[in-house]
Each structure stands twice: as structure tokens, then as C-alpha cells.
Design a binder for this molecule. Sequence first.
Ligand SMILES: [Mg+2]
Length: 242
Amino acid sequence: MTTRLSDIAGILFDKDGTLLSYDDSWGPVNREAARIGAAGGGVALEERLLRAAGMDPESGRTAADSLFAAGTAAQIAAGFVAAGSPVPVGPLTEALDDLFVRGAQHSVPVTDLSGFFARLKARGFRLGVASSDNERAIRETARRFGFLEHLDFIAGYDSGHGCKPEPGMVLGFCQAVGLFPSQVAMVGDNNHDLHMAAAAGCGLKVAVLTGTGSVASLQAAADHVLGDITDLETLLPERQLA
Ligand SMILES: [Mg+2]
């Protein structure tokens, strides 16, 4: 089945790593996590912990599917201890949990999201966000960066549409805006996003490189791999507004 780009009338976005830059948002937080894990043990130990959890201390890049990219605080703490952290797993998990909750408040958008969503809206696209975060956190992000008013749909893990890579969030979006899945582009930084799109029968599966994924990790499941979401504005043709 081939979908023409001109058939696309709705766009559903993942949040973390897609609207928000993973490295800019979480790089500084991950460095702080390693400082906590090293507990005064020195820069060499901090760098060993960073590498063990998947982040290159020099480039600031975090590897796809690494502990930092996909692990819980408890899993990251266990990984730190295995790599030489002197802090016991229990207290370390608690400290990292606190840090990650605070860190989420300093997330960095990949572009001026208010302007970006306003331009897509003006072109007639129906717009939504589907994230594994909770719905309230998604709304707060949308409000903080000025695009809440442009959204037709929001789904978090607690919105009643199931979880990625199940198709429910896409189908919920379709029902909310009156489109078929074949008219929807799903945009995300993770294979879960692309597999959800495939399960739902999305017309277009778009991967972006502002998360922890790479061309190598994403190209098999994606129709297009873009540098970031702003490349969508040139990928998608102008819509003929009725
Ligand atoms: Mg993501």
C-alpha cells in the first residue's frame, strides 16, 4: 500500500526526543547523575559511570537502547554500582529518581514549538501528541512552550488508549479528528513510535534524530528519517484547503 504525501492530513508527534531534544535536555542531567553515583570518587569514575549507562562524556551523545535511554532509575543505579559506584543501589535509586523528576522541568525544545505548530495548523493539518509520559505532563509541556491551543489530541499512558507499540493512541487520534490511519503521519525518535504507527496502519512513519536513535537503528521501520521535526515542513506538500 502506498500513501501519497498529499494524502496526509493529520500528524501525531511523540514528545521526548521528538519535540524535546534528548541530548540538550538530558545530557546535563545524566552528567549530574554520574556525579551523584561517583560520590566524590573523581572525574575518571564519573566518566566510567557515564559510559556504562550509555553516554559518551566527550560528545554528550547517548546511545540508543542504553540504560540512560531506556532504563528506570533502579536499573541505572544497578548499572552504576556494577561499574564501580560506591553508593548502595537503594539510596542511589532514590537520589536518581529525585534528579530525573527535577530534570524533566528543564527540558529543551528542538525548535520554537509555538511557531512550528502554528504553521502546521495554518496549513490545515490536524495535530496531536502521543507520549509514554502521563497526560498532565504532556499538557504542561504544551502550555510551557505555547502550542497547547494548536493541539487537537493528547494521549499519555494514562489516557485510556493503551501503550506504545499498541495502535490505540493512533486510533484515538483518528477518532478524535475524523481521519483514517492512512491519512496520518506518526513522528517519533524510537522504534516503539514507528511500530505503533505500523500496527495502526499509519500512512507515513517518520523518524527523527533528536532522540537517542540513529539512522542505523531507525531506518528499517521508518519511511523517512529526518534530522528533526522542522524537516517535515518541506517533506509534506502544501495542503489544498477546502
Ligand atoms: Mg521519544
